[in-house]
Design a binder for this molecule. Structure first.
Ligand code: ADP
Ligand code: MG
Length: 265
């Protein structure tokens, strides 16, 4: 946990205008359960996300946050219940899984860049091989996105030559190169030195301002207050509480939420 946890974004909350959030549901999870072997890791998860919504998931380590979002792009398989992403139900149907993965970008704690490829090659790989885009178009978009995350000058370098914050911004740009409709973030700043957290959060805030549908697992509560439409608290594989940030932080209802907030704020 960095000292940044309160107001590191240095911004007022983003406007929460109802018209920014579409009526259309882009993610619907109903009564989802998952086991790792005998271990019942997710219990009766229900979650509905509308277009343009910004969700923050928090909760203790091991509570099932990563598993939940990894189920949304089928990096993990659920066993019972339903997950529907942009109208497509996730089943064993490989075509459905491929379609959903094209629409859902994911950014991980440890960046997961390809170390032997330059920044630009990291960005164009999936557009060229998965989306079959012409290289020139893919490179143009990649450069535009590297500008947007403020590191166009790093395009020809290798990930190992960049700081952690720069690598994470490359990871975000790389995801955006696939033009996803939804972005999932799994503790994107947890592996970063404190001075680099802000540059990554600022990138995420600008994405939120542009209306991206986002689910962010993070303990950066300043970010949650600024950006989230809803904060979800998980414990022991369940969604224990969910609320708008103003309510969530000032008036938590559940004892487990209260304990968690008292430990991190
Ligand atoms: P969080 O992201 O909230 O820290 P995770 O979703 O990573 O939690 O993990 C939830 C629980 O599932 C933890 O107890 C973890 O040890 C367990 N777990 C995670 N991945 C696996 C796996 N591949 N096999 C078995 N258990 C796992
Ligand atoms: Mg996790």
């Amino acid at each position: 946990m960095s000292d940044f946890s309160n107001d590191q974004t240095g911004r007022a909350a983003l406007p929460r205008l109802d018209h920014q959030i579409g009526d259309d549901v882009v993610i619907r999870i109903e009564q989802m359960n998952k086991w790792y072997g005998d271990f019942h890791v997710l219990r009766d998860i229900d979650l509905t996300v509308r277009r343009g919504e910004r969700i923050v998931i928090c909760g203790p380590s091991g509570s099932g946050k990563s598993t939940t979002i990894r189920c949304i792009n089928r990096l993990e398989e659920h066993q019972t219940g339903r997950i529907v992403v942009d109208g497509i139900e996730l089943t064993n149907d490989v075509k459905h899984i491929e379609t959903v993965r094209r629409e859902v970008g994911m950014v991980f704690q440890h960046f997961n860049l390809f170390p032997h490829l330059t920044v630009l090659e990291n960005c164009v790989l999936a557009p060229i091989w998965v989306r079959k885009e012409p290289r020139k178009l893919a490179e143009q978009r990649a450069m535009a996105l590297l500008e947007r995350v403020k590191i166009p000058e790093q395009a020809q370098k290798y990930p190992g030559q960049l700081s952690g914050g720069q690598q994470q911004r490359v990871a975000i740009a790389r995801s955006l190169c696939m033009q996803p409709k939804i972005m999932l973030f799994d503790e994107p700043t947890s592996a970063l030195d404190p001075e680099m957290i802000k540059e990554v959060l600022d990138t995420m805030i600008s994405l939120a301002e542009e209306g991206m549908t986002m689910i962010c697992v993070t303990h950066e509560m300043g970010f949650a207050k600024t950006v989230a439409d809803r904060v979800i608290f998980m414990d022991q594989g369940q969604i224990v509480e969910e609320n708008a940030p103003a309510e969530f932080f000032t008036n938590p209802q559940n004892d487990r939420t209260k304990l968690f907030l008292s430990q991190i704020l």
